[in-house]
Design a protein around this ligand. Structure first.
Ligand SMILES: Cc1cc2nc3c(=O)[nH]c(=O)nc-3n(C[C@H](O)[C@H](O)[C@H](O)COP(=O)(O)O)c2cc1C
Length: 182
């Protein structure tokens, strides 16, 4: 069974809809370690030694976050800068996290048809995620497909949350059991 590390970054978790529902659905699942970055590090002083050890102790690393200006929230960028260090990426020691898998689980305010060439946001979500992907790839991780929830404004119809939350739980069970066929 793969051990999964979810690094979660939502500055306003209490007022979140989709991310909070996803967190509630999986945080107690066997084999999952859940780290709420804004709760653990409200002062942005990340304990990089502890976080590096957490990565070494897990097989699959997931960044979960709401898209903020086509990127990650600030504390998740700080995490990348402080935890994924140059010596993890480059020779001679380099590629420190070889054998680990990585993907993002993110929500966007904009609907899917606003992403991509000729659409309002010009680029796909996968294109926006390339700096994150390349950071983790440089440190040796293999990248899995990202889990994207588009148009994450559910206030008017909470029933719409349900399939995404169920899909998230199902996906985590799959990757925990080494089934990457998604
Ligand atoms: C500072 C900030 C920047 C945001 N930037 C984007 C963005 O670039 N693209 C987008 O689609 N949504 C953007 N959003 C909307 C959030 O992604 C959206 O509200 C969130 O995914 C909803 O998830 P939640 O219910 O868990 O809070 C932004 C929101 C904030 C607060």
């Amino acid at each position: 069974m793969n051990k999964i590390l979810i690094i979660y970054a939502h500055e306003h978790h209490k007022s979140s809809q989709i991310n909070r529902a996803m967190v509630d659905a999986v945080r107690d699942m066997d084999g999952i370690t859940f780290v709420d970055l804004y709760r653990e590090y409200p002062d942005f002083k990340i304990d990089s030694d502890a976080e590096i050890k957490r990565i070494f102790d897990h097989d699959i690393i997931i960044f979960q976050f709401p898209m903020h200006w086509f990127s990650t929230p600030a504390l998740l960028k700080e995490y990348q800068d402080k935890v994924i260090l140059a010596e993890h990426a480059y020779a001679p020691e380099g590629k420190a996290f070889t054998g680990k898998y990585f993907f993002c689980a993110l929500s966007t305010g904009a609907p899917k048809d606003k992403f991509g060439k000729d659409a309002r946001n010009n680029y796909t979500v996968d294109e926006f995620l390339r700096p994150v992907e390349q950071t983790m790839r440089a440190a040796g991780m293999e990248i899995l497909p990202h889990y994207v929830i588009y148009g994450a404004r559910f206030a008017e119809n909470e029933d719409r949350l349900d399939p995404h939350v169920k899909g998230w739980r199902k996906l985590l069970k799959q990757v925990r059991n080494n089934d990457f066929g998604f």
